[in-house]
Write a protein that binds this ligand. Structure first.
Ligand code: DHK
Length: 146
């Protein structure tokens, strides 16, 4: 089985560290990616980390994962709350899916309480800040070990 895990980030997450730091923290996506690579290594995993502001691009990467990746960790950003298309793409993926939010979305505006992606996600992590990414990699390793 492949030991490759996709970590996909949706819209506005390229601004991590500069965007609303009181909510999303001061670390950049690059900082997070570096730590995920390290954690993955200790777990015998390889991570492919991508970010896009475009729904279709995220969907294409999820399709791509069907042949290449053992699991997907995804922070779909605001598409969490709007995208049936991302839900459908994830439903066509066979491996474990971890949905991740940096913030505790249920303590925020009402429109952030509903997630289409959660209907498919095996695990949801929210409110751990960017540490959630490392937790997600660790937990993905556990899921893949069966
Ligand atoms: C990130 C976003 O960009 C928001 O649109 C979501 C999520 C929450 C996060 O907490 O990582 O509502």
């Amino acid at each position: 089985m492949s030991n490759l895990v996709y970590i996909l980030n949706g819209p506005n997450l390229n601004l991590l560290g500069r965007r609303e730091p009181e909510i999303y923290g001061a670390d950049t996506l690059e900082d997070v990616a570096g730590r995920c690579t390290e954690v993955a290594k200790t777990e015998g995993l390889t991570v492919e980390q991508r970010q896009s502001n475009h729904e279709g691009q995220l969907i294409d990467w999820i399709h791509d994962a069907r042949d290449k990746a053992a699991g997907i960790i995804i922070n779909p950003g605001a598409y969490t709350h709007t995208s049936i298309a991302i839900l459908d793409a994830l439903s066509a993926f066979g491996g474990p899916v971890i949905e991740l939010h940096i913030s505790q979305v249920h303590r925020r505006e009402r429109f952030r309480h509903h997630s289409y992606v959660s209907r498919r996600a095996d695990v949801v992590i929210a409110g751990c800040g960017v540490h959630g990414y490392e937790l997600a990699v660790l937990h993905m390793a556990k899921l893949l070990q069966g």
